[in-house]
Write a protein that binds this ligand. Structure first.
Ligand code: DGL
Length: 260
């Protein structure tokens, strides 16, 4: 198999990264993807940096053993520990954080950007630092409870209430842009719009996909002949099917994998 024909590895703690995969598959329809939902270890966002690093290393090793040509860490929490992935492979590994920050800096007019992330991502200060260095004021908000709600597949009413309660803290902060600094959160955007109105909403999928495309093009590794998506979970297949039901047909073939 030539380099271009190899699949691209993508992972997240759960279903959030499928929002990134969806954008990437639309931008790169000729690529094959292997997606790992590390649901046996979800959530990442309330774990220690060391525990998250361990999962990043193990999932990366697994994807490398599948023969992928690049890895996209479709999870902000895990992207903070990209060092643990880069320590075990020389293939390109892409973080969602830098491309997403760059997009937010591009679209904000008043230079004030809210970043919603997990407890761990917000605590790491990664978004705050990058935005500040670009002359943008960051309004951070840790919302790990959104992850649990999404993975469980709670009701519409609960989702709206949860988002309304949480966003009350930043409702009047004056930002013109909000970053979904957790890949799960763009699934809640419809509720966020009801509270914050028509500001800019920046998700990780498009910026990360553009970064991936650029890197593959540079090394002549773009594929036009594939298009298959394989979805794996380290949790139960039944649970995965339930939590992934909003995501195209690919989730129907979801299979279990142990990554320890
Ligand atoms: N979707 C992940 C992110 O982008 C984290 C969810 C979790 O806490 O596991 O940060």
């Amino acid at each position: 198999m030539g380099e271009a024909e190899k699949p691209i590895g993508v992972f997240d703690s759960g279903v959030g990264g499928l929002t990134v995969l969806e954008s990437m598959a639309a931008m790169l329809p000729g690529e094959d993807f292997i997606y790992v939902a590390d649901q046996g270890h979800c959530p990442y966002g309330t774990k220690t940096a060391e525990q998250i690093g361990d999962r990043v290393e193990k999932v990366t090793r697994y994807l490398v053993s599948c023969g992928v040509k690049a890895i996209v860490i479709a999870c902000n929490t895990a992207s903070v520990r990209i060092d643990r992935a880069r320590a075990v492979t020389d293939i390109p590994v892409i973080s969602v954080i830098q491309p997403t920050c760059a997009r937010a800096v591009e679209v904000t007019r008043n230079k004030k950007v809210a970043v919603l992330g997990t407890v761990s991502t917000i605590k790491s200060g990664t978004y705050q630092k990058i935005l500040q260095e670009s002359g943008v004021t960051c309004v951070p908000l840790a919302c790990s409870e959104f992850v649990e709600y999404i993975e469980r597949g709670g009701s519409e009413e609960e989702g709206e209430r949860l988002v309304r309660d949480k966003l009350g803290a930043i409702k009047d902060a004056g930002m013109d842009t909000l970053v979904h600094g957790c890949t799960h959160f763009s699934l809640l955007e419809k509720y966020m719009r009801k509270v914050l109105g028509d500001i800019n909403y920046v998700a990780c999928g498009q910026p990360a996909g553009e970064e991936l495309k650029k890197i593959l093009a540079r090394s002549g590794a773009l594929n036009a002949a594939g298009g298959r998506i394989r979805v794996l979970t380290t949790g139960s297949v039944e649970g995965a099917k339930r939590s992934m039901s909003w995501f195209g047909a690919a989730h129907e073939g979801v299979a279990h994998v142990d990554i320890e």
